[in-house]
Design a protein around this ligand. Structure first.
Ligand SMILES: [Zn+2]
Length: 120
C-alpha cells in the first residue's frame, strides 16, 4: 500500500519512473508530416512507399508505426521532415493511418530509419 511506504521508497519509485520516461524520450526525433503528398507516386520498382521503406531497410515484416505514442502497425510509408533541424529533406518512415493524418509535430523513436525520398 502506497500510504504505508517510507519516503525513501517513494523517492526510488519516482526516480525509476523518471529514468524510464527519459530513456523513452531522450533519443527521439521531432518530425512533422509533409502535407499533400498523396499524389507523389512511389518509384515504380516498389509496390508502395511502405514497400519502398521495407526494401531499403531490408525489413521482411510490416514494422510498427514510428510515433512513440502509437501502438498501431504501420500502414504507409509517410512523407515527413525533421523539425528544428537544418536538414530540410523529405523522408519516408513507416506510419499508421491515423498518424499519417497528424497535422502537428510528433515524436518518433530515435532508431527509426529515415529513407530519403528519391529526387526524380
Ligand atoms: Zn501511428
Amino acid at each position: 500500500m502506497i500510504v504505508h511506504m517510507k519516503m525513501s521508497q517513494m523517492t526510488i519509485i519516482v526516480k525509476e519512473w523518471v529514468a524510464k520516461y527519459l530513456k523513452k524520450y531522450e533519443s527521439c526525433i521531432s518530425i512533422e508530416n509533409i502535407p499533400n503528398t498523396g499524389g507523389d507516386h512511389h518509384p515504380s520498382d516498389y509496390e508502395s512507399w511502405l514497400d519502398f521503406w521495407c526494401k531499403k531497410t531490408q525489413k521482411k515484416v510490416i514494422p510498427p508505426c514510428s510515433n512513440i505514442e502509437c501502438s498501431n502497425k504501420a500502414k504507409y510509408g509517410g512523407h515527413v521532415k525533421k523539425v528544428g533541424d537544418n536538414d530540410k529533406s523529405s523522408y519516408i518512415i513507416p506510419i499508421c493511418q491515423s498518424c499519417n493524418q497528424l497535422g502537428d509535430i510528433y515524436l518518433v523513436y530515435g532508431n527509426v530509419k529515415f529513407i530519403p525520398v528519391p529526387k526524380d
